[in-house]
Design a binder for this molecule. Sequence first.
Ligand code: G6D
Length: 347
Amino acid sequence: MQAKTTPLSIDGHNWKEYTLTNNNGLSVSFLDFGGIITSLITPDKNGKFENIVIGFDDYKDYLNNENYFGALIGRVSGRIANSTFTLNGETFQLPANEGAHHLHGGPVGLHSVIWQVELIETATSSGAVLYHTSLDGEAGYPGTVRYKVSYTLTNEDEFIIDYEAFSNKDTILSLTNHSYFNLSGDLKETVLNHEVKMNASQFVELDEELIPTGRLLPVTDTVFDFTNGRKIADGVHSDDPQNKLAGDGYDHFFLFDHNQTDNVIVTEEKSGRVLRVKTNQPAMVMYTANSVDDSLKLKEGQSAKYLGVCLETQSTPASLKYPNFPSITLRANEKYHHTTTFSFSAQ
Ligand code: G6D
């Protein structure tokens, strides 16, 4: 087990990149800036180690990371409609950064702050704890919030992201990580041939601005039914209005049934790589990089539509309007705890 720290000077900013490596040679690299995961190296079925996440070639591009590649997201993942919410009878106005709406914590969200990092090595894992504090009123949110996010790579080839937070006032909070996975290895091809199996029988209907309408739709007899496994291509080539309005793909909130060991299993046949996801979160946004264009220089070459799939475990800001949806309210001095395990194998 070993962890490496590399000081970086990026466009005048003093960042650090950390690389966690386990006993089997798997590694995760991330920045103190935004907790951004810059690479995740795992073997294919022939033991060839390759990167399986989207990351920029020039780290200066993370200063304008409009796709949130690899980043920690918060205070609230997803869209807060019209950038406003009411809590305990008080209405709060947040900065709008996508039309009228507030997306992923706004223009100064957690993807763009410097986290304080402590490396933690044990006999069975290589890890780090990332700390940050958002002050009361910052980005328009109530409460001073103290975050503790752990990145842990175990010798069982699991990458565990564990999020804890406390607020001194009632507030709203829903954290996630926005890595784009591509199991083909070194971004050899898009994720259209990735097969996804998901333990979710409902998903949230979106309007034209990708704001939840409040309707929970059954996946049965649609290309949103991943219960028995399905290729991502099905949603890309679909005529379902929900796929069309998402930019010809998926960008949807799936509610887990939580009646199986794994919430999600992603398989890529050529490499033999398998990614299993287990989480304590009620749901996940699966986003198939529908808005990624070919203008960005990545480590392995040019960016492209559908070059990765995001598995953003979380709760939903739609609950601010629809109380039957999983809540994002965090009461004063109550512990927020989100843990998600990404397990890697190849067959
Ligand atoms: C687009 O709608 C999608 C979001 O889900 C995603 O998080 C973002 O791009 C990076 O806005």
